[in-house]
Design a protein around this ligand. Structure first.
Ligand SMILES: Nc1nc2c(ncn2[C@@H]2O[C@H](COP(=O)(O)OP(=O)(O)OP(=O)(O)O)[C@@H](O)[C@H]2O)c(=O)[nH]1
Ligand SMILES: [Mg+2]
Length: 229
């Protein structure tokens, strides 16, 4: 199975190189870093570590993912692996995320930090509450059983394309899950451990502004997808 990895990264010079290198054992075809005009050496370091770097002028987690997907669409893989650039994801679980897709028993595999073990400080109380609330809403509205909206996940390329992903910021992960449920994709969760970012500054859950913006966007996205049913 041909698999490409997508890593959205904004100012992760201290960690992105280690994340890219950590994927080396897993036989991925390529690692694509979606950069939003980082002001540090994120792009150079990612490239030196062996990644292809695409630049998206508009800020946003989803925008960077969309740009990376546009890049690999020219020569699509069988599956895409998503992970963050801060080293918080447990890459030892990469084979577990990909296996259900390869065995053709799932189209979308979410790494759930709720089912796994979270290192002290890896998930803030606000984030935990937001995750439970959002997952519960998605489960009720779309008749699925998610326990997390984590970034560490894998999707079958053809199935992902059917979702017509569009969110340009922090609605990205929940949009994928809501649409996958709505369109009848086979969804699965596996437990993953969550680490504290290796270094560098938090852009989302570590700040009040980031948490509020992400929370509002996630709830809005759930509502929007529910109304589209
Ligand atoms: N391309 C891009 N990446 C982003 C943007 N905002 C965040 N990211 C990346 O998204 C990932 C998640 O952001 P984090 O800052 O780690 O957010 P978090 O995981 O909630 O918070 P931490 O506790 O600091 O890990 C990281 O790889 C960031 O570099 C953005 O606007 N554009
Ligand atoms: Mg993080």
């Amino acid at each position: 199975m041909i698999t490409d990895a997508v890593i959205p990264a904004l100012n992760e010079a201290q960690t992105v190189g280690r994340v890219v290198e950590s994927l080396a054992p897993f036989g991925l075809r390529r690692v694509v870093v979606g950069d939003n005009g980082s002001t540090d050496a994120t792009a150079e370091i990612a490239r030196a570590a062996g990644a292809e770097v695409v630049t998206e002028p508009h800020r946003g987690y989803g925008a960077a993912c969309l740009r990376a997907l546009a890049h690999i669409r020219r020569d699509p893989p069988d599956a895409v692996l998503f992970l963050d650039g801060d080293g918080a994801d447990d890459v030892r679980r990469v084979p577990d995320l990909l296996a259900p897709i390869e065995r053709d028993v799932a189209d979308l595999v979410i790494g759930s930090r709720t089912l796994g073990r979270a290192e002290q400080g890896a998930i803030t109380p606000v984030q935990r509450f937001g995750n439970v609330l959002s997952s519960t809403l998605v489960n009720l509205l779309f008749d699925v059983k998610f326990t997390d909206l984590g970034p560490f996940r894998a999707a079958r390329w053809a199935a992902l394309e059917r979702l017509e992903m569009a969110d340009r910021d922090f609605g990205w992960t929940v949009e994928m899950q809501a649409k996958a449920a709505r369109r009848g994709l086979r969804c699965l969760e596996i437990p993953v451990d969550a680490h504290v970012r290796l270094a560098g500054e938090s852009k989302v859950s570590g700040t009040v502004k980031g948490s509020v913006k992400a929370g509002v966007k996630i709830l809005y996205t759930i509502g929007r997808e529910a109304l589209r049913r």
